[in-house]
Design a protein around this ligand. Structure first.
Ligand SMILES: Nc1ncnc2c1ncn2[C@@H]1O[C@H](COP(=O)(O)OP(=O)(O)O)[C@@H](O)[C@H]1O
Ligand SMILES: [Mg+2]
Length: 223
């Protein structure tokens, strides 16, 4: 379950205060939900609050039955590790680790024994069409390949919610389409995908589209 109630985030900038997210309420159903809006409309702020990377100024977030807005950083990190995966445009892979080690990293954090995590990581890379790239470091991979490694890493612990912020932003259209397919493929059954994008064609692949404007949820469109 993923539910936001009256979610508000204000940033102080010197004397001024910016309301980046303004009284956002939504109960995310299973499946894929796209979030669209102009630059600065609060999309990334929303994702950071839903995923517990940041705390709201007001309002509540329930992720997998837990009120994460009430938890400290360690508590939120724990809930994230067990329930959420992330694919961010700028969220880089660890440069000194191989593709396999990057994918296995969350499994290491979760205490999965080495043989199990290597097997699982290789399975995931294989699903992404990257089995042959398992021992390559990120700088030996194309942008699209790196993003697929990032998806494999995000899926390593089979998260109930997958968060993606402009995941196809710096990819060409063929690589972007493949990345999108792989993200959408995960959002079946009870699982959820929250997909932030400024690309309306990408958003149209989700089951519903939330439109943000000046930090406010102005429209929910079923597609
Ligand atoms: N850490 C921050 N400090 C101050 N202002 C911020 C911060 N992060 C975002 N903002 C402001 O909040 C608003 C929403 O930003 P953001 O959520 O990044 O929008 P989007 O992802 O839709 O482009 C913008 O006006 C932005 O400048
Ligand atoms: Mg953004």
């Amino acid at each position: 379950m993923l539910r936001a109630r009256n979610l508000t985030k204000r940033y102080r900038q010197g004397e001024a205060e910016i309301t980046a997210l303004d009284d956002f309420s939504y109960d995310f159903p299973p499946g894929a939900t796209a979030v669209v809006g102009p630059s600065g409309s609060g999309k990334t702020t929303l994702l950071n609050l839903l995923a517990g990377f940041d705390r709201p100024s007001a309002g509540t977030v329930e992720l997998a039955g837990v009120r994460i807005d009430e938890l400290d950083e360690d508590g939120r990190a724990e809930v994230r590790l067990r329930n959420a995966g992330f694919v961010f445009q700028s969220w880089n892979l660890l440069p000194t680790l191989s593709a396999l080690e990057n994918v296995a990293f969350p499994l290491l954090l979760a205490g999965v024994p080495r043989e199990d995590r290597n097997r699982r990581a290789l399975e995931l890379l294989d699903r992404m069409g990257l089995a042959e790239r398992a021992n390559h470091r990120p700088n030996q991979l194309s942008g699209g390949e790196q993003q697929r490694v990032a998806i494999a890493r995000a899926l390593a612990l089979e998260p109930a919610v997958l968060f993606a912020d402009e995941p196809t932003g710096n990819l060409d259209s063929a690589a972007g389409a493949l990345v999108l397919d792989l993200l959408l493929e995960h959002a079946t059954g009870e699982r959820r995908l929250v997909l932030v994008t400024h690309d309306l064609q990408v958003a149209a692949r989700a089951e519903r589209i939330l439109h943000l404007r000046d930090g406010k949820l102005v429209q929910v469109e079923e597609s």
